[in-house]
Design a protein around this ligand. Structure first.
Ligand code: FAD
Length: 470
């Protein structure tokens, strides 16, 4: 007879949500198995998401700097060229080292990785179709669903893996496209568009909404769009894609602008980046009676990540909230701590969001539009990198910092940064907001000179109109 192996916790999916939850649960003394159907740990983020995209963003940025900007620093480069296979190989190496790193962490924490596709068979059991063949039954005191998300498909623009692709293929093009059309001006479209633009492709972004980076503060979103336009991006905003016709190596993309004007773009690659959908295929939620939102497909959970089935929880891209790796990780930790009877918590007000274009756009808290829409009485302070000494020294003067603070209490409500390394600078704002700090707190905090982060301090000073350098 097939005897199920018993665990305190079985995690399904080894992305940043699942693997982090597994480690924290193991640290807290639980016997944990983590099922993953991909051949490697780390999920979307490490294998086909955050990490390979940043590896290519960094490589392409270096090429772009060498080509366009080194001259301004008095550095001459002869014979500059591209070796895309070598660039891809470096990216793959970065991914492999990090996914192997998670494997090492599993060994260190005595977590059993089970490679195969899991399906629920009851509220406390799952059956895994092992990648190596055969099946394995797992029984658990608790099951955590962390199966993440997959690219949203457009019915009239089916992925063919070659000409019409998702982010996964756009991370592995063997040559630089001549013309890349990006459907969707969100984070993933802008980042991958940037990679191929810097490497020489013509890039056209078609976006249904009137602006790119739709959830960002509108002023900074507009500044980013201007910057990307200067870099050679073409934008069709307020424009709805209606179809695409593949003929040999070419694709004719058809779209319709809001004013009724027809738009046709001829290209060799189309990246469909219109969002991601929660992924539950093959999981058989019904077998365990787990309820998902019929409209969005997201698994419904209470504030402690419990589904309607008491022994099953869910975290990460699979549930409500921003589809971000750090959100999934924090939920993984909070879930494991709650399961162990501790006080796990995620503060959804202070989850930073970053668009890794250059300049980068990083935000935390509310935007000016949200403050206005909700009738919040706020003050705003802004500071341009043009007035920052380090930015001048680096030749990175594009962008601004914007701090929003409550008009009465001075509490920081939101910080938005467009600039070089905004992704690293936003951490200060997140920490201040986590401590319910004020603009005055940032303004009175000593910032090393000369650093880009002094602009955050100056923007905080500007909230009460006392910036020193502007
Ligand atoms: P996932 O990482 O999707 O992991 C789920 C795992 O579950 C997968 O490995 C899948 O194979 C496995 N699985 C699914 N079903 C089963 C099953 N039945 N049995 C076994 N295993 C199963 N976020 C950021 O914060 N910063 C970024 O810079 C960033 N860049 C991105 C760039 C791209 C191109 C993409 C696509 C995404 C990016 N994201 C980024 C989003 C980030 O990758 C996700 O938010 C994050 O991976 C979600 O984590 P998760 O653990 O919920 O799920």
């Amino acid at each position: 007879r097939h005897v199920a192996e018993r665990y305190d916790l079985v995690v399904i999916g080894a992305g940043p949500g699942g693997y982090v939850a597994a480690i924290r649960a193991a640290q807290l003394g639980m016997k944990v198995a983590c099922v993953e159907k991909r051949g490697a740990l780390g999920g979307t983020c490490l294998n086909i998401g955050c990490i390979p995209s940043k590896a290519l963003l960094d490589s392409s940025e270096l090429y772009h700097l060498a080509k366009e900007r080194f001259g301004r620093h008095g550095i001459k480069v002869d014979g500059l060229g591209l070796d895309i296979p070598a660039m891809m190989k470096r990216k793959d190496k970065v991914v492999k080292e990090l996914t192997d790193g998670v494997r090492f962490l599993f060994r260190k924490n005595k977590i059993e990785p089970v490679f195969g596709a899991a399906r629920l068979t009851s509220p406390t059991t799952a059956r895994v179709e092992l990648n190596e063949g055969g099946t394995k039954d797992l029984e658990a005191g608790h099951i955590l669903l962390a199966t993440g998300s997959a690219p949203t498909r457009l019915p009239f623009l089916q992925f063919d893996g070659k000409s019409i692709v998702s982010s996964t293929e756009a991370l592995c093009f063997e040559t630089v496209p001549e013309h890349l059309v990006v459907i969707g001006g969100g984070i993933i479209g802008l980042e991958l568009g940037s990679v191929w633009r810097r490497l020489g492709a013509a890039v056209t972004v078609i976006e249904f909404l009137p602006r790119i980076a739709g959830t960002a503060d509108a002023e900074l979103g507009t500044l980013l769009q201007k910057s990307l336009t200067k870099q050679g991006f073409q934008f069709h905003l307020d424009t709805k894609v209606t179809g695409a016709k593949v003929e040999g190596d070419r694709v004719a993309v058809t779209a319709e602008a809001k004013d009724g004007k027809a738009v046709t773009v001829s290209c060799d690659k189309v990246l469909v980046a219109v969002g991601r959908r929660p992924y539950t295929e093959g999981l058989d939620l019904e077998a365990a009676g787990v309820a998902a939102d019929p409209k969005t497909g997201r698994v419904a959970v209470d504030p402690h990540f419990r589904t309607n089935v008491p022994t099953i929880s869910a975290i990460g891209d699979l549930i409500e909230g921003p589809m971000l790796a750090h959100k999934a990780e924090d939920e993984g930790i909070a879930f494991a701590e709650l399961l162990a009877g501790k006080a796990g918590h995620v503060n959804y007000e202070t989850i930073p969001g970053v668009v890794y274009t250059w300049p980068e756009l990083a935000s935390v808290g509310i935007t000016e539009e949200q403050a206005k829409a909700n009738g919040v009485d706020y003050k705003v302070g802004k500071f341009p990198f043009l007035a920052n000494g380090r930015a001048k020294a680096m030749d990175e003067t594009e962008g601004i910092v914007k701090v929003l603070a409550d008009a009465k209490t001075d509490r920081v409500l939101g910080v938005h940064i467009l600039g070089a390394r905004a992704s690293d600078m936003i951490a200060e704002a997140v920490a201040v907001m986590e401590f319910a700090g004020s603009a005055e707190d940032i303004a009175r905090t000593c910032h090393a000179h000369p650093t880009l982060s002094e602009s955050v301090k100056e923007a905080a000073l500007a909230v009460d109109k006392r910036a020193i350098h502007a």
